[in-house]
Write a protein that binds this ligand. Structure first.
Ligand SMILES: Cc1cc2nc3c(=O)[nH]c(=O)nc-3n(C[C@H](O)[C@H](O)[C@H](O)COP(=O)(O)OP(=O)(O)OC[C@H]3O[C@@H](n4cnc5c(N)ncnc54)[C@H](O)[C@@H]3O)c2cc1C
Length: 430
């Protein structure tokens, strides 16, 4: 379907992408600038981007999140309040890594080693950036566990990720909580009533004119006074959207903030199996290529396996059966080989191959921490950028994405000249 009617070929604000950032930006504009026409253009056939909740039949309709799941920094996470506003439930069971969180294994020596590693990261004061792996103590018994944790944090190995960027990471005060109905459900619910056009791929943005931006899409051409681009760094780095005039600094910044990879595999557990409830376990204490397993989240008959970094890449490229065998093997090691006959495949993500996204969350290459600000900077005040990778301290999260969407929307509102007071008011209420 083309943008045939005149009202659809011209809008005040075009937002590219209906993930957390795009939805937040659109909702904010609808709230504080109701006089502006806002259209969200989404390449995929659903809303949410890297937020995706499903209710597989095999799990008796139990909601699961294939993308974001934890409300990190829950006390100041804007999505937590929104969850209540839209009638969803925030479960306050602390995450395994938060104070009071439940973990199956206890290894005081590894825990001391992990604490010492993060103390060295925090204490690093040189200006020269180094990979996080530089803070490992050679030969320490906690190193394999640390390498695994590094992949969960960054979606990449410790030797790939910037220490300085990691030090800027501040998701907000914990503990981390979850939305009972799913994080993807929450973002979808918040998008209800917004003008979102699915299956609309933006391929070119001409921002050469002084008074407008022209977007070429798979459904025709759209002229807007402002455009907010929220696509992932891998999409920008691959130049899936071309800009005229060209924006080499954006492409370079995006390429130095690549998406790491994390994937989830969900298994149905037969009800007769007696397993602890909502507790986390690592598959192996001695391997960096190991899964993290959330056993029976919310008391459900489910196991959520989390694979990240090189292991996730390998398993995704080998396919579903490889991930399944890997998880069965590790779970048999933890709970005994009999467990296999109590497990069934329920669902799996494949974020590296997901069209229009291409990975899980953006980490900075060593030396590239400043690239986040370059990526986030607006161009000529008409072309704005948002998305998790644009957040300086809450990158890689859905609430960081939200905040960048709000910031971009507020910039548009200010530039439109009529709503500065409303912007301030709305900002103080989130
Ligand atoms: C497995 C996994 C676990 C995670 N766990 C957590 C967690 O526990 N807590 C947390 O806070 N975060 C987590 N995250 C990260 C979180 O999901 C993301 O940071 C956040 O959802 C990103 O939102 P975004 O709006 O920046 O980008 P996206 O969600 O990627 O949205 C961008 C949208 O743009 C669209 N698009 C791309 N190209 C085009 C184009 N050319 N034209 C039109 N549209 C286009 C895409 O289809 C997409 O919908 C996790 C992610 C994954 C994958």
């Amino acid at each position: 379907m083309q943008f045939q009617e005149r009202s659809r070929s011209e809008v005040d604000v075009a937002i590219v992408g209906a993930g957390a950032a795009g939805v937040a930006a659109a909702r904010q504009l609808k709230t504080i600038c109701p006089h502006l026409s806002v259209l969200v253009l989404e390449a995929g056939s659903r809303i949410g981007g890297r937020a995706l909740s499903l209710r597989p039949e095999l799990l008796a309709g139990e909601p699961i999140d294939l993308g974001c799941g934890w409300l990190h920094g829950a006390r100041t996470n804007a999505w937590r309040k929104i969850a209540g506003d839209v009638g969803l439930t925030v479960d306050q069971t602390p995450a395994p890594w938060s104070e009071g969180g439940r973990r199956l294994q206890s290894d005081p020596e590894a825990e001391d080693g992990i604490e010492a590693f993060f103390a060295r990261v925090d204490g690093y004061s040189a200006e020269t950036d180094v990979p996080l792996s530089a803070m490992l103590e050679p030969g320490h018994s906690a190193n394999a566990r640390l390498e695994a944790i590094g992949t969960y944090l960054n979606g990449a190995s410790l030797d790939q990720a910037s220490l300085i960027d990691y030090r800027h990471y501040a998701p907000g005060e914990g503990p981390d909580w979850r939305v009972r109905e799913g994080y993807g459900t929450l973002i979808g619910r918040y998008a209800e009533g917004l003008d979102i056009r699915l299956k609309t791929i933006v391929s070119h943005i001409d921002h050469g004119a002084a008074d407008s931006v022209v977007l070429t899409t798979s459904c025709g051409t759209l002229r807007a006074k402002w455009a907010i681009v929220t696509v992932s760094t891998n999409i920008l780095a691959a130049q899936a959207i071309r800009f005229t005039p060209a924006l080499p600094e954006k492409v370079e910044a995006a390429a130095s903030l690549p998406l790491g990879l994390a994937n989830k595999l969900f298994l149905a557990v037969s009800p007769e199996l007696d397993m602890p409830v909502d507790i986390q376990a690592y598959g192996s204490p001695t391997s960096s290529a190991t899964g993290s397993y959330q056993i029976r989240p919310f008391g459900s008959a489910t196991i959520e396996a989390y694979f990240a970094g090189p292991l996730a890449r390998e398993l995704e490229s080998e396919g579903e059966d490889a991930a399944l065998s890997f998880a069965y093997e590790e779970l048999a090691g933890l709970f005994g080989s009999d467990i296999r006959r109590h497990l069934k495949f329920a669902a799996i993500s494949g974020w590296a191959a997901s069209p229009h996204i291409g990975g899980s969350y953006a980490y900075a290459l060593p030396g590239a921490s400043a690239a986040r600000a370059v990526l986030a900077a607006s161009v000529d005040e008409r072309l704005l950028f948002a998305g998790e990778a644009c957040s300086l301290s809450r990158y890689s999260t859905a609430h960081g994405a939200y905040e960048t969407g709000i910031a971009a929307a507020n910039s548009v509102a200010s530039a439109s000249g009529s709503t500065v007071g409303a912007v301030r008011e709305n900002r103080s209420s989130t």
